[in-house]
Design a protein around this ligand. Structure first.
Ligand code: IPE
Ligand code: IPE
Ligand code: MG
Length: 341
């Protein structure tokens, strides 16, 4: 019964977010007008945009803007651009990770080739900046827009550094929890932090409010990535709509693996070490690791760590005055740690 009630609660929450999602979808169509779509390089972009996604980032940006008293109309092109920047990171990430499925469809580099995947990802990055700059046409003041653009550029740098950092730890089973958190703080935390920060800047928040929302976003991002790493080991490709074995094939040492190494019996630990020292782990190796992690009983502990960052995110909002947007930001935290996809 508890599980069902939770599911219903989650659906209700998602319904409230739907309004924002619809606005963003409409705005994206304006950012990438039909005449541009005649160029072949836009085909993969439309293909991936049509596949959907959770729209976590644009919604967070709009809510952050509103939470400091800003107007969602000012931020809309920026938030839509932010979704495009996220898609760019996914397209390039799938090339790096050799992932076959993204958002339930064949990944761009596999369907259109690496050449088109690189170009369409690049294109999306420029659309991100264009979208953010366009907030000035909707009423955001020029100085706020310049500040936000600076944040976006720095954010992209952090994201790339995070990706690079991740490969530094590839296959290193002695990676500590602190090192893992350090990597995901850059890789995922930075973009969510800066999205909330930009939302608050465009919304006209004071320095304290901007910092509070940035802290919220960073901790939420860390919780989001931990949860993502759990889902990859506990859910099917159909459920998460992307390739679950990518982390293991890449020999990325995620938190459930770090915990499992401490908890598993000698044979299982040895098996993890064997798999992580092979040239290219297979899907069978991945399935074996998933079972070992489950049997080691470390998923609840990993969930608890995700929740601890989620709680930090919640606490960061203490100084933000109550409003419907703040309420949704708090509900977002629950969605991130309770999500099943
Ligand atoms: C996937 O992000 C990349 C990570 C940071 C884990 P999302 O899970 O938000 O992807 P979409 O947008 O819903 O496809
Ligand atoms: C997240 O990396 C991608 C970025 C933050 C750019 P992952 O490789 O962990 O995410 P998925 O599992 O492919 O979505
Ligand atoms: Mg990946």
């Amino acid at each position: 019964v508890g599980g069902r009630a939770k599911k219903i609660q989650m659906m209700l929450r998602l319904r409230k977010m739907l309004k924002y999602r619809k606005m963003v979808e409409k705005e994206i169509k304006q950012l990438i007008p039909a005449e541009l779509s005649d160029f072949h390089v836009y085909k993969p972009i439309h293909y991936m945009l049509d596949a959907g996604g959770k729209f976590v980032r644009p919604i967070l940006m709009i809510l952050s803007c509103e939470a400091v008293g800003g107007n969602y109309e000012d931020i809309l092109p920026g938030a839509s651009g932010i979704e495009l920047g996220h898609v760019a990171s996914l397209v390039h990430d799938d090339i790096i990770d050799g992932s076959h499925i993204r958002r339930g469809v064949v990944s761009i580099h596999e369907k259109f080739g690496v050449h088109d995947a690189i170009l369409s990802g690049d294109l999306l990055i420029f659309h991100t900046f264009l979208g953010l700059a366009k907030t000035s046409e909707r009423g955001a003041s020029a100085d706020r827009v310049v500040d936000a653009i600076k944040v976006l550029a720095k954010s992209g740098i952090d994201l790339v550094v995070g990706q690079e950092l991740e490969s530094k730890y590839t296959g290193k089973l002695d990676t500590t929890e602190e090192e893992y958190i350090h990597v995901i703080r850059y890789k995922t935390g930075s973009y969510l932090r800066d999205i909330c920060k930009m939302g608050a800047i465009i919304g006209g928040g004071n320095e304290k409010a901007v910092n509070a929302l940035a802290e919220y976003g960073e901790n939420l991002g860390i919780a989001f990535q931990i949860k993502d790493d759990i889902l990859s080991l506990t859910k099917s490709e159909k459920e998460i709509m992307k390739t679950p074995e990518s982390d293991i094939k890449q020999k990325t040492v995620t938190l459930p693996i770090i915990y499992a190494l401490n908890n598993a019996d000698a044979d299982d630990s040895k098996e993890i070490k064997r798999i992580f020292s092979t040239e290219m782990p297979t899907r069978e190796d991945f399935l074996r690791i998933a079972i070992i992690v489950k049997n080691a009983g470390v998923i609840p502990k990993t969930e608890k760590t995700a929740r601890s960052y989620a709680e930090k995110a919640e606490k960061s909002l203490n100084i933000i005055p109550s409003s419907p947007s703040k309420k949704l930001l708090l509900e977002f935290v629950d969605f991130v740690v309770e999500r099943t996809y």
